[in-house]
Ligand binder design. Structure first.
Ligand SMILES: *Cc1c(COP(=O)(O)O)cnc(C)c1O
Length: 228
């Protein structure tokens, strides 16, 4: 039993080293998605050099944060309810899942209280699957044109995030990543031309990260491939 566990751990770290080096070569940031994993598994990757971890649930992120080293950068990648923003505002490094002006306003408010500026990504709905989450282009334009957005001083929109269809059809997956890249380019041109911080395209997971990198991803969110 013990032996098997050890072997699994070593495998994860080997996978990590190989993946991390391939991503570094492409200037792509790795967000290690650690949801459902116990702190000990995160610590293994931490010791192998990983500092950025992604969680999709606030409560789980809070619990792991107190159990793990202070210099971990916590990224929130899952849907965020406004009543949970306050708990993460003092420390969260990036929120990938901003999908409404209402949520962004709350992040701005809680960031101000915490005396911070919080980096955010706008999440877009690019997959064919029906999901409630994610903006479309016109909603994003409306948000960015709004007076409310333009007055916010405690958030910084650093780019976009999206999830491709969970599908074996790689042509479809690739076209969805291309869509997100196009949205990024359009927003960059129309709203963030001079903003050096607007540079992130968070796309690519365990099953499709190589395609995402080919299509311009700057940040991949990888879980199961690392923690198998
Ligand atoms: C779980 C999750 C991932 C990672 O998925 P894997 O297939 O395990 O790599 C990436 N992004 C989001 C938003 C997730 O919830």
């Amino acid at each position: 039993m013990f032996r098997e566990k050890r072997r699994a751990c070593t495998f994860a770290v080997m996978n990590y080293a190989e993946l991390a080096s391939r991503l570094t070569q492409n200037d792509v940031t790795l967000v290690a998605v650690s949801k459902t994993q116990p702190p000990a598994r995160l610590l293994e990757l931490y010791h192998a050099g990983q500092r950025i971890f992604g969680e999709n649930r606030v409560q789980e992120m809070l619990e792991k944060r107190v159990a793990l080293p202070d210099d971990i950068q916590w990224h929130l990648i899952g849907h965020l309810q406004t009543n949970k923003v306050k708990a993460v505002a003092p420390f969260v490094r990036m929120i990938h899942s901003v999908d409404s002006l209402h949520l962004l306003a709350e992040i701005d408010k809680q960031a101000q209280r915490a005396g911070r500026v919080i980096d955010c990504l706008l999440q877009f709905h690019i997959a064919q699957e029906e999901t409630k989450f994610g903006l479309d282009q016109s909603e994003a334009f409306e948000l960015l044109h709004s007076a409310a957005f333009q007055q916010m001083q405690h958030i910084r929109i650093c780019g976009v995030m999206g999830m491709a269809s969970f599908s074996d059809d790689l042509t479809l997956v690739r076209s969805e990543f291309k869509t997100l890249k196009n949205i990024f380019d359009r927003l960059k041109n129309d709203f963030f031309k001079d903003a050096l911080y607007f540079k992130e395209i968070s796309m690519g997971m365990s099953g499709d990260w190589e395609i995402a990198v080919e299509e311009g991803s700057t940040m991949v969110r990888i879980g199961s491939l690392l923690f198998q």
